[in-house]
Design a protein around this ligand. Structure first.
Ligand SMILES: *Cc1c(COP(=O)(O)O)cnc(C)c1O
Length: 416
């Protein structure tokens, strides 16, 4: 399916017709969804039914009854690798190139530090302004911690020109958390590698929604989040990817015992595990891993191309309807063309915070990102085309009637 910007669904009936032929329609039943329209699956994915069952089992049987025996009886020790094998086909990786561990922030630190160590004589890390805050903060922290290392934050248009023999690493988030614009992974990876730099991709807003092809792009390193489109639950473990060709030379700066070649030999000296396992650190977060592993069964066998096609079409229906009927107070912050747009769509509005709150009061849940972005995530697993249509209608109505202009919608909460 090719989605072009002048594609329009001009009635709810047309959206219903798309739902009837949607190859992913059955996935919706895998979730336990609250009433309304949930447009925040890009920030915290909803609870799959299988995960509720798995958590009951994990608590009552594995933790409650079997306790320490569960490491082998229920294969807890294998969870990080098993999750890695489940995520691999969603991101174009081989099964032994991905492992679940820690958080996205910590994995960014581990892989960036590993990359610096692999690049003696090079001391510059490049990233882009407006990147997700933790990505920039972690890189600032790493640079402060490793004397001589410098972080350069450059506009994407300047990056290719700035790649020289001093650059150790380029760190980019594939799909921008606010605008939804995604980078050309293949081109930027090649440009960096041509100059001897490594590239680390943050897939937090791409994994489970876009047709990511890490090995097709010859990617070096990647990280991503478990609780967004992968539906692993609040604070779920994250994942990381190290291309097979780098695994022997890449060393985690957090040389914990779960990354050791033989953790249960209890020897004094660190020796890294042979493959991706060396990027585990301490004891896996078993409950979180159980949830993420169970949630990933929803995506077993699902083609990433189908996920991307549907997410982009959902977004297109929403944004074209809003652009067609909305007034000039709305500013599209996302690419209009689907070919560079991920799963979410953002509109700027001076009263964006209050508008999002008014929509939430109608059980239409998006989120707000300061200073002015209203963000709407179109997760292809559980949303229907009519949801995209209805969400656009609701947004238009809330604005046209000034329904948002009430004091209870203007008070800012700590988490937006
Ligand atoms: C969601 C997200 C993160 C999350 O990091 P945590 O360590 O889980 O808080 C990091 N980077 C990007 C680009 C994200 O979208």
């Amino acid at each position: 399916m090719t989605i072009v910007s002048d594609f329009t669904v001009t009635s709810r009936t047309e959206a219903e017709a798309l739902d009837r032929t949607d190859p992913l329609a059955a996935l919706r039943d895998a979730f336990d969804l609250p009433p309304g329209i949930y447009l925040d699956g890009n920030s915290l994915g909803p609870l799959p039914r299988a995960t509720r069952e798995a958590m009951r089992h994990a608590v009552d049987v594995e933790w409650g009854a079997d306790l320490i025996r569960s490491w082998t009886r229920h294969d807890w020790v294998e969870l990080p690798r098993r999750i890695g094998r489940r995520i691999a086909p969603l991101i174009g990786a081989a099964p032994h190139e991905v492992v679940a561990a820690d958080s996205t922030s910590v994995n960014l630190f581990k892989l960036s530090a590993a990359a610096l160590r692999m690049q003696p004589g090079r001391n510059i890390i490049i990233s882009e302004p407006g990147n997700f805050p933790t990505d920039l903060y972690i890189l600032q922290g790493l640079a402060a911690f490793t004397p001589g290392t410098e972080l350069r934050v450059l506009d994407p248009a300047q990056i290719e020109g700035a790649l020289d023999e001093d650059v150790a690493l380029l760190v980019l988030t594939h799909t921008h958390y606010k605008s939804g614009r995604f980078h050309d992974m293949e081109r930027l990876t090649r440009a960096a590698q041509d100059r001897g730099a490594l590239v680390l991709w943050d897939l937090s807003h791409s994994a489970g929604v876009l047709d990511v092809d890490l090995n097709g792009c010859n990617a070096d390193l990647a990280i991503g989040c478990g609780y967004k489109y992968l539906n692993g639950g609040p604070g779920a473990p994250a994942f990381l990817f190290v291309a097979e060709r780098h695994q022997a030379a890449a060393h985690s700066p957090l040389a914990g015992w779960f990354g050791h070649a033989a953790p249960f030999q209890f020897v004094d000296d660190y020796a890294p595990a042979a493959g991706i396992d060396r990027f585990q650190c301490g004891t896996p977060q078993v409950l979180g891993m159980r949830a993420l592993d169970a949630s990933l069964t929803v995506l077993d066998g699902v083609r990433p191309r189908d996920l991307q096609d549907k997410a982009q079409l959902l977004g297109q229906i929403f944004l074209e309807r809003v652009l067609a009927k909305g007034d000039a107070s709305l500013r599209l912050l996302s690419p209009r063309e689907a070919h560079t747009r991920g799963g979410h769509v953002s509109f700027g509005h001076d009263d964006g915070y209050a508008i999002v709150q008014a929509l939430i009061a109608r059980d239409i849940v998006g989120d707000f990102r300061a200073p002015d972005a209203m963000r709407f995530g179109f997760a292809p697993t559980f949303l229907r085309y009519v949801d995209a249509w209805d969400a656009a209608e609701a947004l238009l109505e809330v604005i046209a009637t000034c329904e948002y202009d009430q004091p209870q919608f203007r008070t800012r909460a700590a988490v937006t």
